[in-house]
Design a protein around this ligand. Sequence first.
Ligand code: SF4
Length: 277
Amino acid sequence: MSMETVIRKSLFYRTGIGGEGTYAATHVTGCSHGCRFPCYAFLMMQRFGKVASYEEWCRPRLVANALQLAQKELPHLRGKAHSIHLSFATDPFMFGQPEVVQLTLELMRLINSFDIPVHVLTKGVISEEALALSRRNVFGITLVSLDDGFRTRYEPGTAPYLERVMGLWRAHDRGLRTFVNMEPYPTPNIWQQDVVRILDAVDFADELRLGRLNYNDAVRQCPGWRAFYLATGETARQFCKHHHIAYEGIGAETETRHRRKEPDDADGLFGERPSYS
Ligand code: SF4
């Protein structure tokens, strides 16, 4: 059975994250990864009445007119967009969802044809086909644990960690720029683990960012949670320095916070208002 679809009015939107000239797109509504950190995009979609339940969020729907919108909007972004991020509100390489991966690949090809690089972030497996596109594309994974027990409890639909890391390794092996997003990193009352083990698994990456877990009351119930994050940030910073990895996030020399300004409505979150003109 083929995936359900939705129709959008626009696709690309300017984002405050990543600096001037950074745009993003959400070409799928919902995400079968079903993260329970919780997922910020799900919280917003639920708040604005766009999805009724967690179960509905976990049934992804393709934006049926994504490629037509891209064809229309990309000429306006040529020379203006430094990169386009896929995605803040869904996963472009959603695990076990070939239709999502196919649409992502088509969208990447189209964006690259306008000489705009794509910045990809996934908790799935980076497609081999994506690695053959523009060499200016940048590939990232989110990785906050290596314990399968954590994955099944907090990010149940995502790719197993080994497959996820191997996907990033293949991008690195092809000489492409890679990054690791260690966010939202859990406090020890949520999950006990050694951050160095996780850092060791991705010591080949070019960039790494460590960030705290937001929107979860359990963090503040952890005794000494602030000190924990400072110490973990320092460990990550030192590790990255030693391995020549660019480090951002907690404890970085110029710490940037990625906590987003909350949108006024779901349109603000998913770019329903054109922001390319
Ligand atoms: S992968 Fe991202 S968009 Fe998908 S459920 Fe998890 S946090 Fe949300």
